[in-house]
Design a protein around this ligand. Sequence first.
Ligand code: HEC
Length: 371
Amino acid sequence: MRLALLLLAACGGAGTLPLAAAPVSALADVHADQVVTQGDVTYALGAQLAIARGGNVTTLVPVDCGTPTCPAHVWTSAAAIPALDGDGRWIVATRFDGTLWRIRLDGELEAIGTRFGITREPFRAVASAGSTVAVLLDRGLLVTGDGVHITRYDLDGTKASLAVAQDRIALASPNAISVWNLAAGTRRTFTIENAHAGFLDADGKAPRLVASSSRGIWIEHGAKLEPLEVGTVAASAIAGARLWLEVGKRLYVVTDTTPLDTTVASAGNEPMFGAPNGDVWVGDHGLRRYSLGASTGDPTWTAKIQPIFQRVCAHCHLPGGDADIDLSTSASWTLEHDEIVRRVLVTKTMPPAGTVLTDDDRGTLTSWLKP
Ligand code: HEC
């Protein structure tokens, strides 16, 4: 019954039904200008770099800003891009001083501007989706689809923001957003003032432009930008195919056209950062991660199994993780029940060699899987 209600709400059939979201982890005292989530690793970039797995900060290092004190906002953009050495993805970010950095898992920073052939021009923003990477300069845009061949486009003026979807680029200037379709070689302009550009479902087959400004939010439908019927939006973030909004000190989520109340209260005007799996990080001093529908799971699973999942399986089995098999909810454990029994208890091929599952944990899994 609960599931049926949720589905109904998710389909937008009943806009007034809440779609419950729940906190899934928290990073106390962490302040971030940018947050990038990659599998179960979160990179929170501020005057300190906080790198966390789930809710545990594993690396916390101050940033050397090259000036006596760092400015209030150190990082101007950040993205997970296909690694320029061809192995996995890199977390990269642009800084207040126009430099471009790779942020390693151990908190090391590596200046990577010269890899784009740029030595003197400042970097203003970086964005990526799928295999497409775009880097914004003051008067130019660099685009690559393979990390090797880089195309430079000259721009007629300074752009306020950059967004990327697979084979698509959006550039916002003070009076319009221009969307380039790289595969088709076409460009389209939407007249809209002082808006930021983003893409819903940027990695998917049908990415949609989202324009947000202090006056409202517009989502691309067909060839048009349609305004979203909602009150004053204090903050917004795109998380995969979802748009999260803060309206009247509450979080809302938009999956199609109807904003749905998540019943989560917020402090008001808190920055928000989307994760590719649809979750959102919220907060100014201290970040909280919210997930949709997480509160509807089986409480025994949450109490007994989820901690083991977080410790042992999460770094491969989160949505979008290396294994490509999402085991982050009780529902997925129910669906995969027989396969989990076979792989974890019978053949013992999961977790793979190199990851330890203690006898205690195996005992807990056995009693939950074979009651
Ligand atoms: C180091 C990464 C890693 C860890 C840790 C890991 N897995 Fe996996 N798992 C994989 C990969 C990769 C696959 C897909 C390839 C395969 O089937 O071996 C997989 C497949 C599976 C499958 C088969 C699913 C199917 O439908 O074929 C199950 C079940 C599974 N894992 C359960 C678990 C559980 C439970 C844990 C934690 C106790 C765990 N795994 C920990 C990487 C991991």
